[in-house]
Design a protein around this ligand. Structure first.
Ligand code: NAD
Length: 702
């Protein structure tokens, strides 16, 4: 499949046909090139209409060719667009659905563009750390004006055709066709053919238009400052502006040359490699080993959530947001009232900020049934339990669910640490049970760990992955273990951060190092935000279950002082009541100093590089174990968990990817060096067998 040409009297219709999104693969490009030649040579053909097969015009470059030689092989997108532009007969792009990236760049080579209502346009290359590479940086400013075009190029966001058509003086959209697109486009093409044939009007080409801005210098400076402020870790947005500027100052061809050089250079940048890794990681995560993509799904029309606490209310909102009714069951009337009020007040806040319309608030709340009766969830297709983290409480809830849930209902637990298989075992239908581990706040955080039990049925997993997509979560499958993927790794990161304090760091020094590496938040600020008591409860259990595993006493000492974090206005930092600004705490400084003196430790200076590598390699080593044990199916799943749920810097691509970038040999060398530190824990730094093997072989995780 690639491109086909059909004749409609004197009009040739060339259809781009490469499912699922008509990506410009090499085969498609070759066939398009041939079809265009044929249309140019055939004297019967007066004009050409370009359309996309299926639901979209084109999603752009074929991602399967990304980064390969094939992507640049002739005819590449730039050559093909040029071929279109220099064709001596009118070419009309008839656009519907989506017109993205290379799709839009190609369409801008046509002499005219008509579109169906609702069509969305974007140049999303910046989201992969790139500039558009097929002439988009030069033709879009000529079609829309510099300001509107730069907005699209630098943000990468999709824009509706109606907004584009309304831009004063725009030359991107010649007509919106409300009826049959193909018929309308053919009629439009015929009109243009007659007009051009009879009046000798030259074919309009975007390349011939000027790219202008009345105050170009000032505007571009402003745009640069804004782009830098928004994403100082990524070079691409500012490069987009540079390339557009070259086109403004030195003309179309110079702009095109600069675009190509910049594109090629950015393709090799670590930032773009990291973003492309994350992009592919997201796609890979939806493929579950042994679960075919064709697995039939169960229907989810009604959801029930048990427990109206912090998590239950957040989870509920995810479904209300996409129009799925939820029955929210709670044991305590005051908790139920608090939960429902909480949901209402979050929506009200969104209305106030203009993010939600008032009638939408009512529509969403109308989908919510709040109840104290468990029996009310008997009709639910999916039940998510979010009661206290207590095995006995959860098991009793699951026994009841087993009694009352309808046959075929999916039963999920939001447990953070408990054994999903043990919970499933109290029911007579363990195949219907799995974990859905949301992160707090559950209505905001993107990550969802889908915990696959030993008995979980394939269609249960496939259905939950699909519903996750519907509620716009980034879902990653984890097998059962203590902490699943994310929290099991964070435990090692937490342990190591305690050792850093013992040895000489302050909490603020560790946090600063992590934040300048790119983490959204350092570990101690994160602890204060989440509540230090949560980890304390987990550690108390671990002290019994795994007495050999050493944690720094400092972590417990903070909790023993009642310093749980922001909620008590005191944690690793001091807080003004009700405020989130973290101030270094003299109490903590004294506590740490006293601990060092009592245990005979002489503090030493530890630089930022050592801090970051000790913490990130702690994640990586546990990640390697998780991979080896089959808890995660692939290293990129682990990266996705960290990018979507733990604020890992996007420009580093995730811990496993970052380790690959540094080189696993170097990672293991660092770990050996750390293990020789008498104040660290030598067993902590024993490389996981998989890591040791890959390092020795010169292999990689990703
Ligand atoms: P929470 O204490 O805020 O809420 C639990 C609610 O469940 C309470 O309102 C309680 O009254 C209710 N409840 C208890 N037994 C019940 C029963 N039999 N029937 C109906 N309602 C019942 O707790 P939370 O923070 O929302 O945590 C809930 C679950 O989510 C836990 O398993 C926890 O480990 C997990 N989790 C929490 C977080 C987090 O950051 N808070 C993150 C991920 C997962």
């Amino acid at each position: 499949m690639g491109a086909t040409l059909t004749l409609h009297d004197d009009i040739a219709v060339i259809t781009i046909n490469n499912p699922p999104v008509n990506g410009f693969s090499l085969v498609t490009r070759r066939e398009l090139g041939q079809a265009l030649e044929e249309a140019a040579e055939n004297k019967q053909i007066a004009a050409i209409v370009l359309v996309g097969a299926g639901n979209v015009f084109s999603g752009g470059a074929d991602i399967r060719e990304f980064g390969s030689q094939q992507a640049w092989a002739e005819p590449n997108l730039r050559s093909l667009t040029r071929q279109l532009e220099f064709l001596a007969k009118p070419v009309v792009a008839a656009i519907h659905g989506l017109c993205l990236g290379g799709g839009l760049e190609f369409a801008m080579g046509a002499h005219f563009r008509v579109a169906a209502p609702g069509t969305r346009f974007a140049l999303p290359e910046v989201k992969l750390g790139l500039v558009p590479g097929g002439g988009g940086t030069q033709r879009l400013p000529r079609a829309l004006g510099v300001e509107a075009a730069l907005n699209m190029i630098v943000s990468g966001e999709q824009v509706d055709v109606a907004i584009l058509q309304a831009l004063p003086g725009q030359r991107l959209i010649d007509r919106i066709i409300t009826g049959d697109l193909m018929e309308g486009a053919i009629a439009f093409a015929r009109e243009r053919a007659v007009d051009i044939g009879q009046n000798g009007t030259p074919l309009p080409r975007l390349r011939d238009l000027p790219a202008q801005h009345p105050l170009a210098e000032g505007f571009l400076q402003f745009a640069r400052n804004t782009a830098r402020a928004a994403s100082d870790r990524f070079p691409a947005p500012v490069k987009c502006i540079d390339v557009v500027e070259t086109g403004i100052r030195h003309g179309f061809e110079a702009g095109l040359a600069s675009e190509r050089d910049t594109f090629v250079a950015l393709m090799e940048s670590p930032e773009s490699r990291a973003l492309r890794h994350a992009f592919f990681a997201e796609r890979a995560a939806s493929r579950i080993p042994e679960v075919p993509e064709s697995t039939p799904l169960r229907n989810i029309g009604q959801v029930a959530v048990i427990g109206a606490g912090t998590m239950g209310t957040g989870i509920t909102m995810n479904f209300l947001n996409v129009g799925i009714p939820v029955t929210l069951v709670e044991a305590k009337p005051e908790a139920l009232e608090r939960g429902v009020n909480g949901i209402r007040s979050i929506y009200a806040g969104q209305v106030k900020k203009g993010k939600l319309k008032a009638p939408e608030l009512e529509q969403r709340l109308a989908l919510l049934q709040a109840t104290m009766r468990m029996d009310d969830c008997a009709g639910a297709d999916l039940v998510i339990e979010a009661v206290f983290e207590d095995r006995a409480v959860k098991e009793s809830v699951f026994r009841e669910l087993d009694r009352l849930a309808k046959p075929g209902a999916i039963l999920a637990t939001n447990t953070s640490t408990l054994d999903v298989d043990a919970i499933a075992a109290v029911t007579s239908r363990p195949a219907d049970v799995l974990g859905m581990h949301f992160f707090s706040p559950a209505n905001v955080m993107k990550l969802l760990e889908v915990v696959r039990g030993k008995a979980t049925a394939h269609d249960v997993l496939a259905t939950v992955m699909s519903i996750a997509k519907k509620i716009r979560k980034t879902a990653v499958v984890s097998r059962v273990c203590d902490g699943f993927i994310g929290n099991r790794m964070i435990d090692q990161y937490g342990r190591q951060s305690g050792f850093l304090l013992e040895e000489g760091c302050t909490p603020q020094q560790v946090d600063r190092a992590l934040e300048s590496y790119g983490f959204a938040m350092g570990i101690f600020r994160m602890g204060d935000l989440a509540g230090n008591d949560i980890g304390w409860a987990v550690r108390k259990r671990r002290y019994v279950e795994k007495p050999d595993v050493r944690y720094s006493r400092l972590y417990d000492m903070v909790c023993e002082l009642g310093r749980y974090g922001q909620k008590t206005s005191a944690g690793w930092y001091d807080y003004q009541p009700g405020k989130r600004d973290a101030a270094p705490s003299p109490v903590i400084a004294t506590m740490i100093e006293k601990f060092r003196a009592d245990t005979g430790r002489k503090p030493r200076d530890i630089n930022d590089e050592e801090i970051v590598h000790r913490l990130v390699w702690a994640l990586v080593n546990e990640g390697a174990r998780i991979l080896e044990e089959g808890i995660a199916s692939r290293a990129s799943d682990i990266d996705l968990v960290y990018l979507a749920g733990y604020g890992f810097p996007a420009h580093r691509g995730g811990p496993m990817r970052y380790a690959d970038e540094i080189g696993l040999y170097n990672v293991v060398q660092d770990m050996k060096r750390f293990s020789r530190n008498p104040n660290d824990d030598a067993t902590f730094w024993e490389p996981a067998p998989l890591l040791a093997r890959l390092a020795a072989e010169g292999g990689r995780f990703t």
